[in-house]
Write a protein that binds this ligand. Structure first.
Ligand code: GAL
Length: 460
């Protein structure tokens, strides 16, 4: 598979602004940029894992604890540990989708000077604003040169894992492992066929289907927002549906008016759709909500018909051996790929740099990406990957579809997964969504979003 650099570049045309803004990798937190971990964060030190005699322990932190996420990461760690008997890589995973718990813990450790040897971080603003600009990461220029990654990763990816130093030289700061799509609607195929329904192409179609499903006692849309990011992602997708890719991109650059009628329409859609979700949404994780599409026993009616979730849900379904699922682009977003990517970097205070660099080398390689991604639901970031070994887990029908979409779609950056805006702005959106989910008042939400853009320094 070949990942088109032109398209990733489009994704990250917004985030690439950050890379140029972050031109000095060595200087601490310039004004106007989101600071990295600060002294206000309470330091929490996690004990380093132990390894057997004769082995060097390498601690890596992710938030992959469930389903295909854990399976994929464990598979690549096992492959590494088997090939490197003197090293033992351990995944100190911290549960919480989208890093809702891991990110705070990681910042505490980086600040305390006791980071893990490497950790999961989204490419773009999350990596650059939080860790690179304040000077907490070593560059990985040697790995990029030794492995030919400057030609294997698309230019748009390279742009947002790198920053320029004072002399204008580019340095690379993390190794991208996957590309995910946030805007996918998953549905139970039997529920749709047995009710003569068509998966909804628009949010208006969704409401038509939802009324039929609700009358049958099936929750139309499963949501698990005990991490508020899941509802934030629903809002993000509503904004894409109403504004289109250019209009959505303009939200993050000050070109699109947050107080405009199209944003109001998206917020009204959001309010309507929240009327068709499970009443226990705030107590569920994203994967528990996705599991509502899986019948408790063969032939039973599942709790819910659909869920709007990133394509890590494909990994969850596959891991649960649930095959009766279909997917489409989230309503109103056909032809738009709401993208994000997980990467791993090298903290300056890592204890086992030589060993973790070997692990990072596997993560960035085509072979490593073809071990991990088939489990995860994502597509590889390395454009030379896409060919798992015979006998190994292969890419699914969903992933084959996603690879094709990736080549054809407009690419936009996900807010909730660290690509579209600096972390403090994402936090402001999440605070507003938290209020809205409990009390869905559109003018209040819109006013908070307008203010969020101003506070981010992007809107006047
Ligand atoms: C995203 C991450 C994905 C997946 C998801 C749910 O932020 O990029 O890889 O883990 O959260 O946990």
């Amino acid at each position: 598979m070949k990942l088109p650099s032109r398209r990733i570049l489009a994704v990250l045309s917004v985030t690439a602004l950050v890379a140029s803004a972050c031109s000095s990798s060595a200087t601490p937190s310039p004004a106007g940029n989101t600071p990295g971990p600060t002294a206000a964060v309470t330091a929490a030190v996690t004990p380093a894992p132990t390894a057997a005699a004769g082995q060097t322990p390498v601690e890596v932190v992710s938030w992959w604890t469930t389903g295909g996420e854990a399976s994929g990461f464990n598979a690549i760690i096992d492959a590494f540990n088997t090939a490197n008997p003197t090293i033992q890589v351990t995944n100190s995973a911290i549960a919480g989708g989208a890093g809702s718990n891991a990110q705070a813990a990681l910042q505490n450790r980086v600040l305390a000077g006791t980071p893990p040897d490497s950790f999961q971080v989204h490419m773009g603003h999350e990596l650059l604003d939080t860790y690179v600009t304040p000077g907490y990461m070593d560059n990985l220029d040697d790995l990029y040169a030794a492995n030919g990654w400057t030609t294997q990763f698309p230019k748009g990816v390279l742009d947002i894992v790198s920053a320029k130093d004072a002399s204008g030289a580019t340095h690379y700061y993390s190794v991208p492992l996957d590309i995910h799509r946030a805007n996918v609607l998953w549905y139970n195929k039997t529920v749709f066929t047995s009710n003569n329904l068509t998966p909804p192409a628009t949010w208006a179609d969704f409401v038509t289907d939802a009324k039929v499903l609700a009358a049958k006692g099936i929750t139309p849309l499963a949501v698990g927002d005990n991490g508020i990011w899941a509802s934030g992602m629903l809002l993000e997708v509503m904004l894409i549906a109403e504004l289109g890719s250019d209009g959505y991109n303009g939200l993050w650059t000050g070109v699109t008016d947050w107080s405009g009628a199209k944003v109001t329409a998206a917020l009204n859609d959001f309010k309507t759709v929240l009327g068709y979700v499970n009443s226990d949404h705030s107590s569920l994780t994203w994967d528990q909500a996705a599991d509502y599409l899986i019948p408790a026993s063969a032939g039973a009616q599942p709790k819910a018909a659909m869920t709007m979730m990133g394509d890590w849900a494909a990994g969850e379904f596959d891991n649960k051996k649930f095959t009766d699922y279909g997917w489409i682009a989230a309503p109103g977003t056909t032809g738009v790929y709401d993208a994000l990517a997980d990467s791993f970097g090298l903290p300056s205070k890592a204890q086992h740099k030589d060993q973790v660099k070997l692990f990072l080398t596997l993560l960035g390689s085509a072979a490593g990406q073809d071990i991990f991604n088939p489990y995860k639901g994502s597509i590889p970031a390395n454009s030379t990957a896409g060919h798992p070994a015979t006998g190994a887990k292969q890419y699914s029908a969903y992933q084959t579809w996603a690879m094709g979409e990736w080549k054809a779609d407009s690419i936009v950056p996900s807010l909730e997964h660290g690509a579209a805006a600096k972390p403090s702005w994402k936090g402001a959106v999440e605070a507003a969504v938290t209020v809205f989910v409990a009390n869905p008042d559109v003018p209040t939400l819109q006013a908070a979003l307008v203010q969020g853009c101003k506070d981010a320094g992007i809107c006047k």
